[in-house]
Design a protein around this ligand. Structure first.
Ligand SMILES: NC(=O)c1ccc[n+]([C@@H]2O[C@H](COP(=O)([O-])OP(=O)(O)OC[C@H]3O[C@@H](n4cnc5c(N)ncnc54)[C@H](O)[C@@H]3O)[C@@H](O)[C@H]2O)c1
Length: 296
């Protein structure tokens, strides 16, 4: 079971003698899945992987509601800032970004979204958010958070334009989304006003506040996702391993999505645990929905 493809990469690079005994593996997060797909495309992957992140019962919920809530929690615990009325810039409108944007709006912030993908950007616009390049958002944002899996999403030319007192954070996979080395090199002084704040004083007197050293702020300053959303992610992990154990011989050294019936079964169990009942298709409805002749 991997999270970020670290185990896979160690096994493939440094402990190759162990590979023979591995039947398959699972991967938890978006960034890991991207890396593993690249490995599979290069023919470098030595065993099948199930991309737990691609399960609907994972990214619809863990990435969106888990990251959305816990990122707000991390930012608030680190700063004790009042979100109401602040301009909150969310970089990346993927599953995590959607969750954070939704929750920040719920707390009364004016949310701006930055994106590179036209579809995601369009969705953000139609969800009612302001969308603009980071270059334009930089001078108006009070709080920034990156959730892209990409590097240097907030860079020197953005720091150059930020307001005095701006807060910069990351909740994507790693501490490379914010260009910290450039912030370090720009600063004439560094202070530590609170436990999770590194305050950089720039030559013109502005101070920029980096949270949690640019690491995932929901893990650095808060407690990560609540258990009641991780239960679905871990159910995906466990059931993926069972599936791999039973089907490893039929699978190639590729990245697979969890079978949809397992995904739906996890949703069914979660609803049951929450005490929520839903309707069941009648025989008549099943026939109607399966028939092309009755579609008029
Ligand atoms: N903090 C956590 O606990 C947590 C939980 C789950 C996932 N993650 C990580 O968060 C990151 C995002 O995950 P996701 O599931 O939302 O991924 P996603 O692929 O659904 O979304 C990422 C979005 O970022 C956009 N993007 C890429 N480069 C950009 C740039 N330079 N500027 C603006 N937007 C850019 C992409 O177009 C995409 O829409 C990943 O690195 C993932 O591993 C963190």
């Amino acid at each position: 079971m991997d999270d970020g493809a670290d185990l896979v990469s160690t096994l493939h690079k440094d402990r190759r003698e162990l590979l023979d005994n591995v039947r398959g593996g699972t991967e938890e997060t978006t960034t890991g899945v991207i890396r593993l797909r690249a490995m599979a495309n290069n023919g470098a992957l030595e065993y099948p992987i199930i991309a737990v992140n691609d399960a609907m019962t994972k990214h619809f919920f863990d990435n969106r509601y888990g990251t959305g809530q816990s990122t707000i929690d991390g930012i608030v615990r680190a700063t004790n800032i009042l979100l109401a009325g602040k301009t909150f810039v969310v970089a990346g409108y993927g599953w995590c970004g959607r969750g954070l944007a939704m929750r920040a709006r719920g707390m009364g912030a004016n949310v701006i979204v930055t994106e590179v993908d036209p579809l995601a950007a369009l969705e953000a616009v139609m969800d009612g958010f302001r969308v603009m390049p980071m270059e334009e958002a930089a001078p108006i944002g009070d709080i920034f958070c990156t959730l892209t899996g990409d590097i240097n999403v907030i860079d020197q030319h953005h720091f150059d334009r930020m307001k005095d007192g701006a807060i910069v954070s990351n909740s994507g996979h790693f501490n490379v989304e914010v260009n910290i080395p450039s912030l370090e090199s720009m600063a004439v002084e560094k202070r530590k006003p609170r436990e999770f704040i590194e305050q950089y004083i720039l030559p013109d007197g502005r101070s920029l506040n980096l949270l949690g050293e640019g690491r995932l702020i929901n893990l650095a300053a808060a407690e990560g996702h609540p258990a009641s959303v991780m239960d679905m992610s871990f159910a995906n992990q466990a059931l993926s391993l069972e599936y791999l154990f039973k089907h490893a011989e039929e699978l190639e050294n590729m990245v697979y999505t969890i079978p949809e019936d397992i995904d739906r079964e996890i949703a069914r169990m979660k609803l049951e645990e929450m005490g929520v009942e839903i309707d069941t298709l009648t025989e008549e409805q099943e026939t109607y929905l399966a028939s092309w002749e009755e579609g008029t």
